[in-house]
Design a protein around this ligand. Structure first.
Ligand code: AMP
Ligand code: MG
Length: 380
């Protein structure tokens, strides 16, 4: 009888320990940030998330993310001849080409954005983009001739793209028209990944793809996810921070992807009005929006428009945007009205020349003191 009681006690103690163990691991899990990273769509990605309340393992989430990104690439990639978009680009004109709802949705938004920006954003610029990119990796790159630019300009125009709702299909009016959705695809992919995570029970995550990022919920400690905006004039520095919750931050800049000829830099962003890379002094535009595809597209569109027109349009559409123009010394971003309180600019730091002057003065003062002490000791 005594033996049975002690055995029962042991069992109770064991069950209690298991329960405590489960509770402990749950509460540790509630505070843990899991990290999954990899490469897709020609760039890198990082997902940070909290697994509390989720049934999937980190490995399973990693696989889900990788296979979704692969699916997106097989739809939108212009580098894969067998992608759905490449196939559509190669298709004949004047016919309704059935497309997936993903391609339809992104292409439809691209044409809408083109209308909203009076053609500054243009998803049919592919012929010009290829012209400016050709031979860009060779050491002997030089800008194309005005005739070549004019010839390619005849092949672009978002009004050449028609949409049919039932059944969903896209048509091109002329055979030379092609779609390039690269300015939106990263944002679209971010929205898709976060949706997928939510459907897997994840409510707190931040996902970054090629520098564009968006977050749902908050960090496990209840604080918001804070992300920085890179200073285009000092790449190791962040010039502003954004507290992201169910929102995205996307940046378009001409400071990373450009090539040069005879001392002049040429951006990867083309102004459809000139058929050439943008020429103004805007280095980057960042947009905060609840939808990552919208933020991504507007960042590129405002970058095309430049500081004056871009700021006007950001005000018209109440976009939370930050503009950085080339400047000597400290980076001075200009925020749209809607960006105030959402994009928090870093405290300006002491310009390096003044800081150097302070250090030099300090060294002189300390040296004078040291010399004075030495002289006094010698006199004694
Ligand atoms: P992002 O780096 O997000 O601003 O996107 C730049 C990409 O958008 C380029 O690599 C081109 O594929 C494409 N692009 C360039 N100029 C334009 C434009 N004016 N409108 C729409 N897409 C563009
Ligand atoms: Mg973009």
């Amino acid at each position: 009888m005594k033996l049975k009681t002690s055995a029962q006690n042991w069992i109770h103690a064991f069950v209690l320990c298991c329960l405590i163990g489960v509770c402990l691991s749950e509460s540790i899990r509630a505070y843990e940030v899991e990290v999954v990273s990899g490469r897709a769509m020609g760039t890198s990605y990082t997902l940070k998330f909290n697994r509390s309340g989720m049934h999937s393992s980190v490995e399973q989430i990693s696989e889900i993310v990788a296979s979704e990104l692969e699916k997106i690439e097989s739809t939108f990639s212009l580098y894969r001849p067998d992608s759905e978009l490449s196939q559509w680009n190669a298709a004949a004109a004047g016919e309704w080409i059935p497309v997936s709802k993903e391609l339809y949705f992104v292409a439809k938004y691209a044409v809408e954005l083109s209308q909203l920006t009076d053609g500054a954003f243009d998803p049919t610029l592919r012929p010009l983009i290829e012209l400016w990119q050709s031979d860009s990796l060779s050491g002997s790159w030089k800008p194309p001739s005005p005739e070549a630019i004019r010839a390619q300009m005849k092949k672009v125009g978002a009004s050449q793209i028609l949409f049919q709702v039932d059944p969903i299909a896209i048509q091109k009016k002329t055979p030379v028209v092609r779609l390039d959705l690269n300015a939106l695809v990263e944002g679209w992919a971010i929205d898709k990944i976060l949706e997928l995570l939510k459907s897997n029970g994840c409510s707190n995550a931040v996902f970054e793809l090629g520098g564009e990022q968006a977050a749902i919920g908050c960090k496990p400690d209840g604080q918001s996810w804070i992300v920085g905006i890179e200073d285009p004039q000092a790449l190791s520095r962040v010039y502003a921070t954004v507290s992201l919750s169910d929102a995205a931050l996307c940046t378009s800049g001409s400071y990373r992807q450009s090539h040069s000829y005879a001392g002049k830099y040429y951006s990867h962003i083309i102004d459809p009005r000139t058929g050439s890379p943008i020429e103004h002094d805007l280095l980057s535009v960042s947009v905060v929006h609840s939808n990552a595809m919208v933020a991504d597209g507007w960042a590129t569109a405002l970058m095309v428009l430049g500081p004056t027109e871009g700021e006007k349009l950001a005000a018209t559409y109440q976009l939370a945007a930050s503009f950085v123009q080339r400047s000597v010394g400290e980076t001075k971003p200009k925020l749209s009205t809607a960006a105030h309180g959402r994009i928090i600019t870093a405290e300006p730091h002491t310009p390096s020349r003044i800081r150097e002057l302070f250090i030099a003065c300090g060294v002189v003062v300390v040296s004078c003191f040291a010399i004075a002490i030495l002289v006094q000791q010698r006199r004694k």
